[in-house]
Ligand binder design. Structure first.
Ligand SMILES: *Cc1c(COP(=O)(O)O)cnc(C)c1O
Length: 488
């Protein structure tokens, strides 16, 4: 049981005059601020701040940290998000003084180690994707999508093909795909998928025409199915002069096994915070590096990290030379901290280790699927890649129990909920991605808990969770009109 006082605001326990530290009186003459700054720059009144002793502050924040779930405290089978264990050696490496003490305005000669690391990350990402050129700048997966679509836009414009305005997106795609297409100025056209999760080829062919710019596909897709017709789709898009974009959020299923560049992708983004174990609870920071085909290289954001022979100066440098570049999409070098963790992750696994990561991720997902499907049907069938989508539709019809009820009740048992109501093509969807870092014992216990929940009384489930500090907030209001301050 949690102590509900945990969620008290610091203001509630503030007492005038209470302090964590008292500094000795200053023994050098100081001028009053009013003499140093113009009156217009000064605040009219002193800000109201909570006044507290250090133990209260420490308890407050430590207690707050326990209100949330994290991969370090709980099993976190959030589908599509790859909440795997974040190896602690990555954290140690990312906090080495030689990395955290760098300043992005330092001269290139003094940051050769960092540039070399970033250059290597570019190389590894290219090798894993089977695409030859890379930009590390985008700051998140969605930003990578947008950047790649800008690259595509610049490519078509440069080649006299500005009439290409259509971006095709399957109806089970992540919401960021159509959003990125719209933000990049394209018209989004939705392509239907079948109950198996695969693209409906008839609908695809109906919508494919000479105005196609890009087909954005997630493969394996969001229902955990490797697109069976990916070869045909890519060939038909290419025959019409379009480009194939791979949403790489699900790379955890295919590392070292199949490469997007080999199955027809011209561009892809990575989510290093998912696939390469960057911690990403609470919304970031992430990264969204992109890899592209050779013909798209000139349009990549500048600078890219490049290498030259020692006789020409510092070996690694920032290359701004492409006149066709779409320009910067992010300050400095991108979210370097996440890229350092990705570097460590890739290097510590090596090629064979990365392949084992995906094999194990797929095995774990199939094991969990084989246990769950008996009480929560999985419309896409008997096999999956790294995740699967179960449906609570039957439970809802028969007993009024929804995916939301199940997700909320799982919190009482110490599990983070799966992703729910996504993709929308599966009614009452519960999308589970166990990842490779969970043990068989954890998967068994989770499956047993899920089963137990499906047997519980609807009344108990509608009111869940019962043991958390907050039970069922009004999620829409919480998201649209969050109360972020103590307003009396
Ligand atoms: C997570 C995800 C994205 C977006 O990535 P962010 O890094 O969260 O911006 C895009 N597509 C899919 C399928 C995803 O799972």
């Amino acid at each position: 049981m949690r102590n509900h006082n945990d969620s008290q605001l610091l203001f509630d326990i503030s007492k005038p005059g209470r302090r964590a530290t008292r500094l000795p009186a200053c023994d050098v003459p100081v001028k009053p601020v009013a003499e140093l700054l113009p009156a217009a720059s000064l605040a009219a009144s002193t800000p109201e701040l909570p006044e507290l002793a250090e133990p209260q502050v420490v308890r407050h924040f430590t207690n707050l940290s326990t209100l949330n779930m994290s991969v370090d405290t709980h099993f976190y089978p959030l589908g599509s998000c790859t909440m795997k264990h974040n190896p602690k050696r990555n954290e140690r490496a990312a906090s080495l003084p030689g990395i955290v003490d760098l300043h992005p305005y330092q001269p290139e000669e003094s940051i050769q180690g960092m540039l070399q690391l970033l250059y290597k990350v570019q190389e590894y990402l290219c090798e894993i994707s089977g695409l030859p050129a890379c930009s590390l700048q985008p700051a998140a997966g969605a930003h990578g999508e947008l950047t790649a679509l800008w690259v595509a836009h610049a490519y078509f414009k440069d080649n006299g093909q500005a009439h290409r305005t259509k971006v095709l997106v399957p109806d089970n795609a992540h919401g960021t795909n159509p959003a990125s297409a719209a933000m990049a100025g394209f018209d989004t056209v939705t392509v239907k998928t079948l109950i198996t999760g695969a693209v409906d080829m008839e609908d695809f062919r109906k919508k494919l025409d000479d105005n196609i710019a890009v087909f954005m596909i997630t493969n394996p897709n969001t229902v955990g199915v490797f697109e069976p017709q990916i070869g045909e789709i890519a060939a038909e898009v290419h025959a019409r002069g379009g480009l194939m974009y791979l949403d790489g959020a699900n790379m955890n299923a295919i590392l070292g096994i199949s490469r997007p560049g080999d199955f027809g992708a011209d561009m892809q983004h990575y989510n290093p915070h998912k696939t390469f174990s960057g911690p990403h609870g609470g919304g970031g920071p992430g990264a969204g590096p992109i890899c592209v085909a050779e013909k798209l290289r000139p349009y990549l954001p500048a600078p890219v990290v490049a290498k030259r022979s020692a006789s020409e100066g510092a070996e690694y440098y920032l290359d701004y030379s492409s006149t066709k570049s779409i320009g910067r999409v992010r300050s400095f070098f991108g979210n370097v901290g996440v890229l350092v963790r990705a570097y460590c992750y890739i290097r510590s696994h090596g090629p064979d280790g990365l392949r084992r990561v995906s094999e194990q991720a797929v095995l774990n997902a199939n094991y969990l699927l084989s246990r769950v499907k008996h009480f929560l049907p999985v419309p896409q069938g008997e096999r999956c890649m790294h995740e699967f989508v179960a449906s609570a539709k039957k439970l809802k019809t028969e007993r009024g129990v929804t995916a939301m009820d199940i997700a909320k009740r799982l919190l009482d048992f110490g599990y983070h909920a799966p992703t729910i109501y996504f993709p929308q093509t599966v009614p009452e969807a519960l999308m589970c991605e166990p990842t490779e870092t969970e043990s068989k014992e954890t998967l068994d216990a989770f499956a047993e808990t899920l089963f137990r929940i499906t047997e519980e009384s609807p009344e108990l489930l509608h009111e869940a969770p019962h043991t958390t500090a907050i039970s069922r907030p009004d999620e829409v209001t919480a998201a649209r009109q969050p109360t972020l301050c103590h307003c009396g």
